[in-house]
Design a protein around this ligand. Sequence first.
Ligand SMILES: [Zn+2]
Length: 138
Amino acid sequence: MLVNQAVITGKSAAKGRTPEEIEQIRTVLRTRFDDLNSEYEAAVVENQKLRLVEIGDSAGDDQADSGSKTAERDAATSLLRTLLDRRTQAEHAMARLDDGTYGNCEGCHNPIPWERLEIFPSATTCVNCKQNRERRAG
Ligand SMILES: [Zn+2]
């Protein structure tokens, strides 16, 4: 039993990181997740307000009015999507911290440079793989 416990402990610790560093990252990610969560919830409320206004006075709109409303709604929707993406990313990074894969690139499986993780704690790919992904997506 003791042997098994030792194996599990050894496996769950991310490579090359001290438990203190792991805890530090977890705190950063948790704070980030909570921040994004409240921002997202505020944006959802804002978005609903926009829609209600739209339903309320859509009759008798002239062309320019409805155009600017569409732009406003599009901006709100894209903000929602961005916040949701970031929140998911932070959540994902926390899960990787738990299963001990945090800090390794999801694309090429090489360690992500520590300096990058300090700036982008929820990064799950190295700069190269991130650029490759974006190129493919764009
Ligand atoms: Zn990579």
